[in-house]
Each structure stands twice: as structure tokens, then as C-alpha cells.
Design a protein around this ligand. Structure first.
Ligand code: IP8
Length: 247
């Protein structure tokens, strides 16, 4: 059973203060992961107040690249330092975590199509390690370097490793309906189009719309849930919103 779990950047960092870990939230997540002791677990984490702060500062995004090496390095370095903290905490809790830095293995071509070699992750898994990837900067042909989000890594890993379960641990307990209640199951985008909006929506709802669309396209059932449901997800239970496009 291969499980891919993303810890949202806003879950494990303090979004209000640049480059600040939310120690309590991270410790709670690490304890849950340690207690679950899953066999084949791949972790991904987002940027929160580390990567997004630096990406903003240096004007780099998913679509806007940069050739400024110090700026690109500052973004990667912030993500690497967050990754260091997460890997260290996991190891301290007995989880055999090791880092995989996308900048060193992934690349985008001139059409921005991503190649993410999975051999490092696959071999770590086979050897009993827990690979920990993170949103990062990656070299992109004709653009310098652009951002790769944790969500993009999750979908690549889920497909490439034929994951059995995928979880996005976010700051919200699931996908909300119009009345603010968590939708238990989404099996097609039409079901939530009116709530999540289309391309005109704000960043935040646009972010959730993109997550749902990407998860619907996966073979594996996925779940979006808040930190309080992480132990349930790791125990194999339904948590938050189940996104299952039946692809
Ligand atoms: O928080 C973004 O990852 P995300 C990573 O998963 C950077 O969107 C470097 C901003």
C-alpha cells in the first residue's frame, strides 16, 4: 500500500511571519505520522511562509521564470531549510525520512512540461525510507527557473508510483459547499463548479479548484482534510472530502 501525503505549507508554517515554522502544528503532524508507521509513505510539503515569501520577493512563479541565480537560490534555500526541519523532526520521532530536492532531479521543457525522475523516490521507498519532497524551483528551458508546487509533485508521484491513497492535509477540513459545510465526496467537477468557480475566481478558491481538478484525474482516490483528520487518514479512514473521479 503506497500512500502519498502532502502537508500544506500553511499547515506547518506560520503564514503571517516570514520563514517561521508552526512548531505545534508540525509536531502534531509528525507525531501522527510516527504513530501510523506506514510501510510505503511518500511525503510532500508546500512552501507556506518559506517558499512563497521568497518567490514573491524574487518575482518567480509557476509561469514567470527567472535567470537570477541568487534569487532562484534564495527560494530553493528557504524550501530546503524548511525541508531540513521537517526531515529532522520526523527522524527524531523515529520516521526514516530522507529528503528529495526537486531542483536537483526535475526539469521543465520549453512547453513547461515537467519531467520528474522517480527513481530516487522509488528506491528510497523500496529500502524502507520515507522520501520527503517539497515545492521548489526547477530549471525550465527558455525560462530560467520556475516554481513547482507541492500539488504538482503529489499528482506526479501518485500516478508514477501507482499510489493506493493520496491525502492533502490543508488548513481547511475539506472542500466547502455554499453553506460552509464540508462536501463528503466529489466524483466530478460539475458537482462543485458553482462553488469553486472557474478561472475568474480568487487565488484561494482557484487553488482549491485546481487541487480538485488534479485529484479527479488520478486513478487513486484522494482526500482533502484538515490537520485534525490526519490520524484518521493515516489509519485508512475517510477524512474530509474524498475526491474520486473513478479515472
Ligand atoms: O506551497 C510552493 O509549493 P506549494 C513552493 O505546494 C514554492 O504551492 C517554492 C513557493
Amino acid at each position: 500500500m503506497t500512500v502519498v501525503l502532502k502537508l500544506g505549507g500553511s499547515v506547518v508554517t506560520d503564514k503571517e511571519t516570514p520563514e517561521t515554522v508552526d512548531d505545534d502544528a508540525l509536531d502534531a503532524a509528525v507525531d501522527a505520522i510516527g504513530d501510523a508507521a506506514l510501510d510505503r509513505l511518500v511525503l510532500v510539503h508546500g512552501g507556506g511562509s518559506f517558499g512563497h515569501y521568497q518567490a514573491d520577493r524574487h518575482g518567480v512563479s509557476l509561469s514567470v521564470g527567472s535567470h537570477d541565480a541568487p534569487g532562484v537560490w534564495a527560494i530553493h534555500d528557504a524550501m530546503r531549510r524548511l525541508n531540513d526541519v521537517i526531515v529532522e523532526r520526523l527522524q527524531a520521532a523515529g520516521v526514516p525520512a530522507l529528503p528529495v530536492h526537486p531542483l536537483s532531479v526535475a526539469v521543465r521543457d520549453a512547453n513547461a512540461d515537467l519531467t520528474l525522475p522517480l527513481e530516487p523516490t522509488r528506491t528510497m521507498l523500496a529500502e524502507g525510507f520515507v522520501p520527503v519532497l517539497h515545492g521548489d524551483v526547477v530549471a525550465e528551458a527558455e525560462a530560467g527557473a520556475t516554481i513547482i508546487s507541492g500539488d504538482e509533485l503529489v499528482t506526479r508521484l501518485a500516478t508514477g508510483l501507482s499510489a493506493d491513497r493520496v491525502g492533502l492535509c490543508s488548513t481547511v477540513p475539506g472542500v466547502y459547499d455554499d453553506d460552509g459545510a464540508v462536501i463528503p465526496r466529489i466524483s466530478g467537477f460539475a458537482q462543485v463548479d458553482a462553488v469553486l468557480g472557474g478561472s475568474e475566481s480568487t487565488d484561494v478558491t482557484g487553488g482549491m479548484a485546481e487541487k480538485v481538478r488534479a485529484l479527479l484525474a488520478l486513478d487513486s482516490p484522494a482526500q482533502i482534510f484538515g490537520p485534525e483528520s490526519l490520524p484518521a487518514f493515516l489509519a485508512g479512514e475517510s477524512a474530509g472530502t474524498v475526491v474520486d473521479g473513478g479515472a
